[in-house]
Write a protein that binds this ligand. Structure first.
Ligand code: HEC
Length: 211
């Protein structure tokens, strides 16, 4: 079914180009719209999964500019939306349990789709390891983001650093619009409490990251 939908779309796309090719040429926006429609319609999943294809306002801005840096106006809008997305834990404590954070940093479970169903999980992992180097000597780490090894040792844990770290993990776009760091709290992947554990993991002197 997925294949036939793709083929149907590909044929109509090619047909459209051939027929309209002589008179007009689809502009960039029209081509993008068609490509997005093709991807959307080729993807078959449950309504909950389909919802993941809907971009929020910030993602729409980031998609529109592609790999370019967002301009001043777009940046300001993304930062405004990111700021508005941040929720703090009921306790008001932004730094939690580094041991829980250590486990979550290496845990990739949660929100994955298997056989058309989202896996059932007590809690989602954070999978920082996929993109960041963590404790010294750990192998099998990603380099999409900067190494976080020694993060707390280098920065201390003043109130300002705790707050920055919480917000950065909750919604990275507050500080870096359109970056490749997922907005882990804002998208609901991590709870505010889980984010406090990640903060402790990065900042606590006892955490393996600072050894
Ligand atoms: C998909 C890849 C990806 C994942 C997963 C990811 N990050 Fe990031 N992270 C990045 C990228 C890319 C940057 C640099 C751009 C930016 O600052 O947004 C970054 C930046 C950061 C920074 C800012 C570093 C600095 O010097 O101030 C922190 C802190 C951070 N990540 C923590 C985490 C933690 C903790 C997790 C897990 C809860 C995590 N990241 C998961 C990609 C990722």
């Amino acid at each position: 079914m997925m294949k036939t939908t793709w083929i149907k779309w590909s044929i109509s796309a090619v047909g459209g180009l051939v027929i309209t090719g002589c008179a007009t040429y689809p502009d960039q926006a029209a081509t993008r719209q068609l490509a997005e429609k093709m991807v959307f319609e080729a993807f078959e999943a449950s309504p909950a999964h389909m919802k993941r294809l809907e971009q929020d306002k910030s993602q729409q801005i980031c998609s529109k500019i592609g790999d370019a840096k967002p301009g001043q106006e777009d940046s300001a809008e993304i930062v405004r939306l990111a700021r508005a997305s941040i929720r703090y834990p009921a306790s008001g404590q932004l730094s939690g349990d580094w041991k829980a954070g250590d486990r979550l940093a290496h845990d990739g479970a949660g929100d994955r789709i298997r056989n058309g169903k989202t896996e059932a999980n007590k809690e989602n992992g954070a999978l920082c390891q996929n993109c960041h180097a963590l404790a010294p000597g750990e192998i099998n780490v990603g380099n999409v983001g900067p190494p976080l090894t020694g993060y707390g040792k280098q920065r201390g844990n003043s109130e300002a650093i705790v707050k920055y770290t919480y917000e950065k993990i909750y919604n990275a776009w507050v500080y870096f619009p359109c970056s490749n760091m997922p907005r882990l709290g804002a998208t609901g992947h991590l709870t505010p409490e889980q984010v406090t554990h990640m903060v402790a993991y990065l900042l606590d002197p006892q955490s393996p990251i600072n050894k």
